[in-house]
Design a protein around this ligand. Structure first.
Ligand SMILES: Nc1nc2c(ncn2[C@@H]2O[C@H](COP(=O)(O)OP(=O)(O)OP(=O)(O)O)[C@@H](O)[C@H]2O)c(=O)[nH]1
Ligand SMILES: [Mg+2]
Length: 219
């Protein structure tokens, strides 16, 4: 098969290996997201990640068997130096903020800048707003997330690791974008299956920022 990079790891084989990084402020839910995706369970007693945790899983997308490495590191500023090598050869990045924490949303600018500095040019990024199950505590509206993503021309989704909302969809969207880039011949077949809204400038103008009071922020 064209482009097939068959690799064998123990008994298992896979067609493609993707390295995905998840970034965002401390406490936004990066580890909870990763664990929900990898293990299918929510752990509400996560500790701040020290150094880097790498988890691995495999997934079938269309005719490709994909091995996904999830690289999860701390969002704490004092560990910034550690993160330099973290972005090396990243295939895709989940840029996360917490919908109940305005400060984490304001930090998106900073994280986007760090990605531009450290990751390879044109690495696919998806913006993710976390903790949608905490609806009463929400301080960042869906529209604001949408507008931010439009600004950077990247896809956007909201998730909850606790009730498993859209966790797999985020990974599927990112994996499909990477597959489209690495295997352009597949573009047409994948396009029809991509569950994302392509954000345009006109979408952006039509969106009204909703007025939500600041109620609470990150710890
Ligand atoms: N209700 C709710 N709580 C969540 C969700 N995701 C994460 N949390 C909680 O938010 C807190 C922080 O989650 P973590 O996943 O450890 O955050 P992190 O981004 O990995 O933080 P650092 O490792 O310090 O960078 C924990 O108490 C989680 O239980 C969610 O979807 N819903
Ligand atoms: Mg963590």
């Amino acid at each position: 098969m064209m482009n097939k990079v068959a690799q064998v790891v123990g008994e298992k084989s896979y067609d493609v290996l993707f390295k995905f990084n998840i970034v965002g402020d401390s406490n936004v839910g990066k580890t909870a997201f990763t664990q929900s995706f990898i293990n299918g369970v929510f752990n509400d007693s996560t500790q701040t990640t020290i150094n880097v945790d790498i988890s691995i899983t495999e997934k079938q997308i269309l005719d490709k068997h994909i091995r996904i490495q999830m690289w999860d590191t701390t969002g704490l500023e004092r560990f910034r130096a550690i993160r330099k090598s973290y972005y090396n050869k990243s295939d895709g990045i989940i840029l996360m903020y917490d919908t109940t924490c305005r400060e984490s949303f304001d930090s998106i600018l900073y994280w986007y800048f760090e990605i531009q500095q450290q990751a390879s040019e044109d690495v696919p990024i998806i913006l993710v707003g976390s903790k949608t199950d905490l609806d009463d505590e929400r301080v960042v509206s869906f529209q604001e997330g949408h507008i931010m993503a439009s600004r950077y021309k990247i896809p956007f989704m909201e998730t909850s690791a606790k009730i498993m909302t859209s966790i797999n969809v985020v990974i599927d969207v990112l994996a499909n974008i990477v597959l489209e880039t690495k295997y352009p011949v597949r573009k047409e077949s994948i396009k029809g299956q991509r569950p994302i809204i392509i954000l345009s400038d006109s979408d952006m103008q039509q969106e009204q920022e909703s007025k939500i009071d600041k109620k609470k922020c990150c710890n």
